[in-house]
Design a binder for this molecule. Structure first.
Ligand SMILES: [Zn+2]
Ligand SMILES: [Zn+2]
Length: 264
């Protein structure tokens, strides 16, 4: 049974001015670890001090307004309140990542295994963010936003096989794992997962040929979709746009947009 730890309980410092848009209905939750040079604390009495140290590093070392993460989860099935729901994170490495995805950090290092208590805590954190933080069903890893080892191979394997999904079962609900390839044009991006995305957009009602080639027609649909969903309109299918194709609700405005495109 997961225990949520309030900021007062772990001795958090008061945050500075945290601002910026937060639209997790377009993404979901990004999983992190604390990485090399760190290890899981064997005794839970040591975990709050570890979280305080991370906050000090982010505020004093990086000059950030607060600890970067939404939640931090220890191997003993405790969830420490970081920035919390409905607050933009600073953990995901890109503007769109910080706007569309929460950040949940596992308090383990590169050499640590992933015990059951940690998995349970992460699932509780994700469930909470869906319940009260308007998070879409996407679950990905820090490495889906930019080149990094985070959240480590062991934890990332669980991101990919659906083990961290609080709904249970295999696979991230709603969205297949991002293929790790950004679709862009020009030149044409050819990849089997382009066809997966094209088929999904056709299923949503967009007019598009499913040929696994990301060319001008795909880019035009992508741009219209991004604008309507409030995503960064760059015409590229990266992790946010990929996830939103499955998790974002199909709106009336979107339907009108695609009719306009089809009429041209
Ligand atoms: Zn990370
Ligand atoms: Zn602990």
């Amino acid at each position: 049974m997961t225990t949520f730890v309030s900021r007062a309980s772990w001795g958090a410092r008061a945050p500075g001015n945290v601002s910026g848009n937060i639209t997790p209905q377009n993404g979901g939750v990004t999983v992190h670890y604390v990485g090399s040079g760190n290890v899981a604390r064997p005794d839970h009495s040591q975990c709050a001090a570890q979280v305080r140290g991370i906050q000090n590093g982010h505020m004093d070392g990086n000059g950030w307004a607060d600890i970067a993460y939404t939640y931090l989860v220890c191997v003993h099935d405790y969830v420490f309140h970081g920035r919390g729901p409905n607050v933009r994170t600073a953990s995901n490495g890109t503007n769109s990542g910080n706007q569309n995805w929460y950040g949940v950090c596992a308090l383990i290092g590169a050499a640590d295994t992933v015990p059951a208590g940690l998995i349970a805590g992460i699932k509780s954190a994700i469930s909470n963010l869906r319940d009260v933080g308007n998070a879409a069903n996407g679950i990905n890893g820090h490495r889906n936003h930019l080149a990094t080892a985070c959240p480590g191979d062991r934890l990332y394997a669980l991101v990919q096989d659906g083990s961290l999904n609080p709904g249970g079962g295999g696979g991230t609900p709603g969205a297949p794992a991002w293929p790790g390839v950004v679709f862009r044009y020009p030149p044409v991006t050819r990849h089997s997962s382009v066809g997966t995305w094209q088929q999904r957009m056709v299923d949503r009602g967009w007019s598009l040929t499913v040929d696994s080639e990301y060319g001008p027609a795909s880019k035009e649909v992508c741009l219209a979709f991004q604008r309507e969903k409030g995503l960064a309109a760059d015409g590229e299918v990266g992790p946010d746009t990929w996830a939103a194709a499955w998790t974002a609700p199909i709106t009336r405005v979107e339907a009108l947009t695609r009719q306009t495109l089809a009429a041209r």
